[in-house]
Write a protein that binds this ligand. Structure first.
Ligand code: NAG
Ligand code: NAG
Ligand code: NAG
Length: 705
């Protein structure tokens, strides 16, 4: 007999759900439920907690995040220009190089521990820097990666203080500061003028290591880049720092060395604030250098918020970036199961009943699926990604073609993904959504079975496939049909289904096409999307397109909303009409949308229509969809049309809203926040389908992360 705790009450009181292991016939479903119920209370942190991932750089002015200053706090004399975070001034403008300090921090603090968990947050951060020696002079003083209680720069922190402390505060415990410095000036406490150090509350490093022995020079003559990795293990409380040279800033990041250059135990909890800011500081003194950060990644543990004030009536689902249909629906399943469990208590009976509940999908036998896919033959593979592999199969009994998604072995996260899909997709019914036929759970293998979509995903039909000589192009008629199908599906999710559902990962590769080229929105596209890795959030950096579908406000709110879905839909509209991916650079424009907006202003919008259609399209329709695409891409969320209106616009019964000649600026914070949906916190992503679905407006999120 197990007794498990589960916070499923409407009224904010934990429910004790006694659970006795049922008979073997119900073993598989029991296993799932057990995993679910165990998650919040008893499993170890390492297995439960997810990370959120931030990938930044190059820091161009046309950066798709919108205004960089809304993501970073830029404390002068730091600036962002020439594609980099210039922690002290770069060569642009009329400046004095001497005696500067500056900071650039990520605006949002990170929570480094949570009293419910023994381990602290773990993080991995890596950054590409260039410490440039001006006019072959003597460099000075240094640059540091910093964890600090605030972004603000101490006064007089130039010279040896590296923007970390000053003569008055250096060494004071109350600084609550930890930094990894790259120091190019030797003070009397330093080993040399080319070292890396771990600093706690002071510029006097607790540990420092000369880099000269490793053949690394922080600021040599000429242009050399360095990559630094700082890994913190919150369970072992150990920090490891790695460094490697990189010749070309645009080349892929060099491999991480096997051995850290510096490794130290570090109990962050006893040193820094629970909510701390991450960023960079740097300084120059009498000698100077340019301190540039060209790329910056962080992946860090996210602690789930306390689940309180839940209202299980309203359930919202979504994913701002990266991953499609998500965890929340698990709640539905658990709730149902638990409710059912309470209603009656003879186990095998219940399980039987559960399996035949109208909303519950069919359980397949593993053998059946194995046979259907010819033992998961690689030849039957439809797609592959971090979530697992999708196979085509033919069910032996009814000769039905299916797509079988096998979740990867990486247990906990697969289970989350599996359960979310299972419970969400199965409850949705719409002719423009991919149908889930059933599931299978055996010996740790998790499988979902979908309708097979013979025409694959939309992206295969509207973009030229690399290496393919056949230029198959979807006709205008079919493109229009696909667009309306997707609009219907989204309107259903947003407005017609009894719970509000946000898709969060609209893009051509997530839109499947059935045998009649009807659009079917699905998570099934996920497997496809991951093959096409560049469109996941973790890949945001560099490739603009990775973000072409993500509404600018998402980077600030971390919240998926219906408006952000509409933004993604706008991107899909443009790509379907233009036959180009959102991040396509055209003429002087970095992004498809900017080019289309320009053509609109010039009253030449039809020039954006895919030339492969060779004028075989309906002018009036093309113009309508392009303008609608722009309207949906409005940088201000509240200005975007709603799905109900969009459906009518596509059908031609309502005119397209006015589209201003110039793309409006992204404004943050939004003036009228009340207009937004604000249900889902979704800063996390990466290959995990992780996000915290915390409710902020009476809607429910369920988080087992
Ligand atoms: C920089 O500070 C040093 C003292 O720390 C001073 O001697 C020097 O004149 C200063 N340089 C400038 C340009 O202010
Ligand atoms: C940041 O992450 C991206 C995507 O995972 C990767 O391609 C890139 O090399 C990383 N950059 C650094 C500086 O580690
Ligand atoms: C350290 O800083 C605190 C807060 O600013 C201050 O009250 C205290 O006197 C400082 N301690 C020393 C030794 O300077």
């Amino acid at each position: 007999m197990l007794s498990l705790q589960c916070n499923l009450s409407r009224h904010n009181k934990p429910n004790m759900v006694p659970w006795s292991s049922p008979a073997t016939t119900t073993a598989s479903i029991t296993a799932i439920i057990a995993i679910l119920l165990l998650l919040p209370a008893t499993t170890s942190q390492a297995q439960i907690l997810k990370s959120e991932e931030h990938v930044y750089g190059p820091f161009n002015s046309s950066y798709v995040y919108g205004n960089l200053n809304t993501i970073f706090s830029v404390i002068p004399s730091a600036t962002i220009n020439q594609g980099a975070l210039q922690i002290t001034p770069d060569s642009a403008g009329n400046i004095t190089y001497q005696n500067n300090s500056g900071r650039i921090f990520y605006k949002k603090p990170f929570k480094l521990w949570d009293d419910r968990y023994a381990a602290l947050a773990s993080f991995n951060t890596s950054f590409l820097i260039n410490v440039y020696r001006v006019n072959n002079g003597t460099p000075g003083e240094g640059i540091a990666f910093v964890i600090a209680p605030s972004e603000s720069l101490p006064p007089n922190s130039y010279g040896q203080y590296l923007g970390l402390t000053n003569a008055a505060t250096d060494g004071n415990r109350t600084n609550n500061l930890v930094a990894v410095e790259l120091d190019t000036v030797k003070q009397d406490f330093d080993p040399d003028d080319n070292h890396i150090g771990l600093n706690i509350n002071s510029v006097r490093s607790n540990v420092s290591v000369s880099l000269s022995k490793l053949g690394i020079q922080i600021s040599p003559n000429g242009t050399v880049f360095h990559v630094i990795w700082v890994d913190y293990d919150g369970e072992r409380k150990v920090i490891d720092v790695y460094i490697a040279d990189q010749d070309d800033k645009d080349a892929p990041i060099v491999a991480k060395p096997k051995k850290p250059v510096l490794s130290s135990s570090l109990d962050l909890k006893s040193l820094v604030n629970q909510e701390s800011y991450f960023g960079f500081s740097a300084s120059t003194g009498i000698t100077y250098q340019l301190n540039c950060v060209l790329r910056w990644n962080i992946s860090i543990t996210v602690f789930p918020e306390n689940k309180s004030n839940k209202d299980w009536n309203a359930i919202t689902i979504g994913l701002c970036v990266g991953v499609p249909l998500v965890l929340i629906g698990i709640g539905v399943l658990v709730y149902l199961l638990v409710k059912k469990k309470k209603a009656s208590s003879s186990d095998p009976q219940i399980m039987g009943t559960l399996k035949s509940l109208p909303g519950t999908p069919k359980e397949f036998r593993y053998q059946e699926l194995k046979k259907a896919t010819n033992n998961f033959d690689a030849k039957n593979k439809l797609g592959q990604g971090g979530y697992g592999v999708v196979y085509k199969g033919i069910l032996p009994n009814d000769k039905l073609e299916v797509a079988v998604k096998m979740f990867s072995r990486d247990k906990m996260k697969s289970t989350d993904d599996f359960l979310s899909e299972l419970s969400i997709i199965n409850r949705l019914r719409h002719r423009h959504l991919v149908r889930l036929l059933g599931w299978c759970h055996k010996n740790g293998t998790l499988l979902l079975v979908y309708e097979y979509m013979p025409n694959g995903s939309l992206d295969n039909h509207i973009f030229c496939k690399e290496g393919s000589t056949i230029e198959t192009t979807l006709s205008w008629h079919l493109r229009y049909k696909v667009i309306s199908g997707v609009a219907y599906a989204l309107n259903y999710l947003h407005n017609e289904y009894d719970q509000k559902v946000i898709h969060r990962d609209l893009k051509a590769s997530n839109i499947m096409l059935d045998s009649d080229f009807n659009a079917r929105l699905g998570d099934f596209g996920l497997a496809r999307a991951i093959e096409n890795e560049k469109t996941s959030y973790a890949e945001l950096e560099g490739v603009h397109g990775t973000m072409g579908y993500i509404a600018p406000e998402c980077f600030h709110t971390g919240k998926a909303t219906r408006e952000s879905d509409v933004y993604g839909f706008g991107a899909v509209l443009l790509e379907v009409v233009c036959g180009l991916r959102p991040w396509t650079k055209i003429e002087a424009y970095q992004l498809l949308i900017d080019w289309v907006w320009y053509l609109h202003r010039e009253k030449r919008i039809l020039e954006a229509v895919d030339p492969r259609l060779e004028n075989n399209y309906v002018i009036e329709e093309a113009e309508r969809i392009l303008k609608l695409g722009l309207a949906c891409s409005h940088p201000i969320a509240s200005e975007r049309p709603k799905m109900q209106a969009i459906v009518q616009i596509i059908s031609g019964s309502v005119p397209v809203p006015h589209v201003p000649p110039f793309k409006p600026s992204f404004v943050w914070p939004a003036l009228d926040f009340g207009i937004f949906d604000s249900e889902i916190t979704a800063t996390s992503t990466s290959e995990y389908s992780a996000f915290n679905t915390q409710s902020s407006s009476g809607h429910v999120g369920l988080s087992h992360v």
